[in-house]
Design a protein around this ligand. Structure first.
Ligand code: FMN
Length: 248
């Protein structure tokens, strides 16, 4: 059976995992809550967003746990610049001794939008193109037209440095007076970084910068520093409540 592993803050990667499941069958597993080494599967897909030209912390920490004999196919998605994250991913997997068959890059709408607002028409255009491009990636994998990144310089240093600082970003969020105290941010946080203390939403120092709380708050009450940005993003082609779930 096929095992599909994903991490997702705002649903883009979940959408990819679901398209893979439609074409190859199998089980979708959410990386932060998965406890095994994937030996129950004969083929493994990893779907991950690109963070700082690399990968999220959870994905990085998951890789060494994987069974080394299994064939692995990777789809990395990014909002604007992949920064050769495919080569970095490949190098790390090779170092661990994983059996990587193919790595593909897919552009999706940007979710690191704390400082700018992409127009809606642009997001819609990217979503439409992504649909066609993912179809092509799936055909490539089915026809064994595998992609292995060529020798190119990666941004490993920047990625590792940023990854070690992501926990600091949590301290820059706060819930403003629009907060309806529904507790959704507490529930969606993959690292239990958010809690209710004395009736106030409080952020601790374990953030991994997925921005799930920021984008998914129903009252748009979570603010970054003193920014008063109103736009939020959740992939429109998934059920938001499936983010973070296993889908078997
Ligand atoms: C902490 C963080 C870092 C990111 N770094 C990059 C990056 O280096 N390059 C890029 O093009 N997009 C970057 N993005 C955007 C995401 O990779 C992209 O929007 C992805 O589709 C989000 O997937 P998700 O909806 O499954 O969370 C970053 C997003 C976050 C939250």
């Amino acid at each position: 059976m096929t095992g599909i592993f994903y991490f997702s803050g705002t649903g883009n990667t979940l959408w990819i995992a679901q398209q893979i499941q439609k074409c190859f069958g199998g089980e979708i597993n959410y990386i932060p809550t998965y406890k095994g080494n994937a030996s129950e599967y004969n083929r493994i897909f990893i779907a991950t967003p690109i963070y700082s030209f690399g990968m999220p912390k959870h994905v990085y920490e998951f890789l060494p746990k994987l069974n080394k004999t299994k064939e692995i196919y990777v789809i990395q998605n990014y909002g604007g610049m992949s920064g050769r994250a495919d080569k970095l991913f490949f190098d790390i997997c090779k170092e661990i001794g994983l059996n990587i068959k193919s790595i593909h890059l897919l552009k999706m709408p940007e979710n690191f939008t704390l400082f700018f607002t992409p127009p809606n028409f642009y997001k819609n255009r990217i979503l439409k193109k992504a649909n066609a491009k993912l179809g092509k990636i799936i055909t490539d994998i089915k026809t064994e037209n595998y992609q292995i990144p060529k020798n190119k310089k990666t941004h490993e240093y920047t990625w590792r440095k940023n990854m070690s600082n992501w926990h600091l970003i949590g301290k820059n969020f706060h819930a403003n007076e629009k907060c309806i105290k529904c507790g959704k941010c507490i529930q969606v946080c993959p690292v239990q970084n958010i809690s209710m203390q004395n009736g106030q939403i409080t952020f601790s120092d374990k953030c991994i910068a997925c921005l799930g709380c920021y984008h998914r708050c129903p009252a748009k009450a979570i603010k970054y520093k003193n920014k008063n940005k109103k736009d939020r993003y959740i992939n429109p082609n998934i059920n938001e409540y499936d983010i973070g779930k296993d889908l078997k």
